[in-house]
Design a protein around this ligand. Sequence first.
Ligand code: OFO
Length: 165
Amino acid sequence: MLSEKLASALNNQIQVEAISSQVYLAMASWAEVQGLEGVASFMYEQSDEERLHMLKLVKFVNERGGHAVVSELKAPKSDFGTFKDMFQELFEHELKVSASINELVHTALEEKDYATHNFLQWYVAEQIEEEAVARTILDKINLIGNDKGGLYLFDRDIKQLTVET
Ligand code: OFO
């Protein structure tokens, strides 16, 4: 049975994952209208993955005797400036998600809930991967700079960078 404190921390993480899914969906839509289909499909897929991260938490909370709550979400912005800005934002967003997962792991240990601690290790590993992908993308974008041909190739190649759920 989850403690109240841990159930509320897990519910907070459910909201974090839902926000991630919304933000990446907005990025996908923006990239699509800019004509970069590779980037758009990468972002659509990221958005789907975040929803799965959220669902996994919802099921876990309910299974452990808590009540997963679906919260209201603020609309993300609809314009992301440049591709570099967008991927910088994605990277920073993932760093925040990692910090929030770390906080949650800390709470699980404080509450001596080793089952939840064990469950959360999947998220810890996932964040390492997601940060690494975001970093690789940023490095590539920095290499491309403002080169249009480079951006075209990047858009074609990004499909291969999708993170496994
Ligand atoms: Fe990319 O954040 Fe979920 O876990």
